[in-house]
Design a binder for this molecule. Structure first.
Ligand code: DAT
Ligand code: MG
Length: 150
């Protein structure tokens, strides 16, 4: 069983797309196990994006991600990391396939509206940055057998 960290970034929240984005994951059949709204401070931003700290776009990235509220969530299910990454579309929205979230709602890499973990290691690290263990719920979904064969 996999978990992934997903976040509607400040532009997604400002544009009123948080519900639409969460809804896409729900309708796909992915299971939400944690959800909250928060405003990221500089320290959390730098930790979340530490792999990019030496990139030329890092300062703008930190400014952007701390510029307003985000909606953070954890989704759980088999292969959920790759499934979510496919649903997000390419980092550069101009290259994102039509129908993906970025390919539907975004055009600029600096305003690409959504984040999703790229590996099991990043997922574990990012979930730990944003959520306490007690905020990750274990719950039985009544529709489970209509979404996964076994
Ligand atoms: P992703 O968000 O698809 O995992 P990433 O981890 O490579 O992409 O980069 C993190 C964020 O940094 C990305 O969502 C937007 C920004 N970013 C990445 N590459 C960039 C670039 N070349 N110019 C400006 N911003 C960039
Ligand atoms: Mg990334």
């Amino acid at each position: 069983m996999e978990r992934t960290f997903v976040m509607v970034k400040p532009d997604g929240v400002q544009r009123g797309l948080a519900g639409e984005i969460i809804s896409r994951f729900e309708r796909r059949g992915l299971k939400l196990v944690a959800l909250k709204m928060l405003q990221i401070d500089r320290d959390l931003a730098e930790r979340h994006y530490r792999e990019h700290r030496d990139k030329p776009f890092f300062e703008n990235l930190v400014k952007y991600i701390t510029s307003g509220p985000v909606v953070a969530m954890v989704l759980e299910g088999p292969n959920v990391i790759a499934t979510v990454r496919d649903m997000l579309g390419a980092t550069q929205p101009a290259k994102a396939l039509a129908g993906t979230i970025r390919g539907t709602y975004a055009v600029d890499v600096g305003r690409n509206i959504v984040h999703g973990s790229d590996s099991p290691e990043s997922a574990a690290r990012e979930i730990g940055l944003f959520f306490a263990e007690s905020e990750l719920l274990t719950w039985d979904r009544a529709l489970e057998t209509w979404i996964y064969e076994s």
